[in-house]
Design a protein around this ligand. Structure first.
Ligand SMILES: [Ca+2]
Length: 268
């Protein structure tokens, strides 16, 4: 009996009450994404014909499944509860976690999945993972075809996002600005958000089913989307829904928005 308990503790299978509390909050903050239902189309045009080369060609992506996306970038109190440390430069329990790299983001997802399962907050078929780039853009657009998820008027950006225009001297928690139509906050600005996909120079050959484009990508480069508080609101390249960066950045301005996969095909 004693040996068995020791093994469980060593594996970290039983989250502490404080961890469970944060995991419950995390679990409660997922938005169900339902392509093809209500006002949301099953298909959308990913990329843009007149955008940078990396965002061309615009191509049709169709979702035959539903999934869940966290309404916030992962906050620091959750990141610390899962990983055991908080690497963020600007501290705040409900500020977005930062200063970690793509491999550490994958590790966060793996550990969060194990802890949520141990706490019986998700089932064995559900995993926490980074979104595919197609899933990110679909949820960011929220049924729109405009430059921003709230339309084409850059002057409204300040109501929805933290950028260089309004972030100085602020230390905001997640969710302080307006959400998009899905109820997702800080999609534009605040921190760049990591996707599962490795970097490709353009969309030629990209999948059309919403899945991660794993084949042929850059080895140490990945996709990040949405701009950050260090980018200008007026710069289309930083704030349109299609923007992404490459490079394994470990530094300020890269975060993750966890995605709760419910279909086995996309689980990873
Ligand atoms: Ca963001």
């Amino acid at each position: 009996m004693f040996a068995a308990l020791t093994v469980i503790a060593a594996l970290g299978a039983e989250p502490s009450p404080k961890q469970v509390e944060l995991l419950k909050t995390f679990r409660s903050e997922f938005i169900e994404i339902t392509p093809g239902k209500g006002k949301y189309p099953k298909s959308f045009a990913m990329g843009r014909a007149k955008g940078p080369a990396a965002e061309q060609p615009a191509h049709k992506v169709t979702f035959d499944y539903e999934f869940h996306v966290a309404k916030y970038e992962v906050p620091q109190n959750l990141y610390e509860a899962v990983i055991g440390k908080n690497p963020s430069r600007w501290k705040g329990p409900r500020n977005s976690a930062e200063m970690f790299d793509h491999k550490e983001a994958i590790e966060f997802c793996r550990k969060a999945t194990a802890m949520l399962r141990a706490a019986k907050l998700i089932n064995v078929k559900q995993v926490i993972r980074l979104p595919s780039e197609a899933e990110w853009e679909y949820t960011a657009r929220a049924g729109t075809t405009s430059l921003y998820s709230f339309g084409d008027d850059a002057a409204r950006h300040v109501d929805y996002a933290w950028s260089t225009e309004n972030a100085k001297s602020n230390d905001p928690p997640v969710g302080a600005k307006k959400p998009n139509a899905w109820g997702l906050y800080d999609v534009h600005g605040y921190l760049w958000e990591m996707c599962s996909d490795p970097w490709h120079d353009d969309y030629r050959g990209a999948p059309s089913d919403g899945s991660v484009w794993a084949a042929g990508g850059g080895k140490d480069h990945y996709v990040a989307r949405g701009g950050s508080w260090k980018d200008k609101a007026a710069a289309d390249e930083q704030l349109s829904a299609e923007v992404k960066e490459h490079g394994a950045r470990r530094g300020v301005g890269v975060s993750l928005r966890a995605d709760r996969g419910v279909n086995e095909r996309n689980d990873q």
